[in-house]
Design a protein around this ligand. Sequence first.
Ligand code: CTP
Ligand code: CA
Length: 219
Amino acid sequence: LSTAFLPKIFKGKRILVTAGPTLESIDPVRALTNFSSGKMGYSIARVAQAMGAEVTLVSGPTSLTTPLVSHFESVTSAEEMYQAVMYAIAQQDIFIGVAAVADYRPAEYSAKKIKKSGQPLTLELIPNRDIIAEVAAMPNAPFCVGFAAESDDLLKHAEEKRQRKKLPLVVANIASDTMGKDDASIVLLDDEGTHTFSYAPKAELAATLLQHIANIMNI
Ligand code: CTP
Ligand code: CA
């Protein structure tokens, strides 16, 4: 997508985007993570910046080139992502949580490499904080957009998430259709209902999503 001709509708607005996976270390050589490539989040950050916004991108580990945005913060764990988001949140007009944040982390980090014993190994996991739910619950919260990557019952799970986290807008997709890919199909869920966008490059979907956000916000 050529971003040169996009309307600069977000001029004067600050947009915070999280992207990519998080990585939760188990020991010096091992970690828990997920299959997010970061492509959707990076596309949204790049297109939002091209549409005139001052974009802050908080990214988990990806293999992508850093896009042209005003502020870029690289993080590893969900807790680091939480801290980076909370540091920047007060100035933001819009928060778009595209990151696939790990829901759990190991209860204990082992500073020494865990040696195999040949026996089954049980790892205790404890829950991470829900970044977007906490942001949406803040007084004077920015306009919050969540993502929902599901394996089944897409609309049911996505709408349940929208209600539970009190998000005005959720972007839903089937995980296997989108993760790691350059194209995706998405469904937007808002107070008005659902809007389906079939297979397109992620940069195009990013422009569609950002225009939809601008419409809802009357900007
Ligand atoms: N999210 C977040 N912080 C977390 C977990 C999720 O900010 N600790 C955000 C994601 O960035 C996304 C939205 O919440 O915008 C939905 O993430 P998802 O994993 O689909 O929802 P969960 O509430 O974690 O539910 P589950 O994984 O059980 O489906
Ligand atoms: Ca989750």
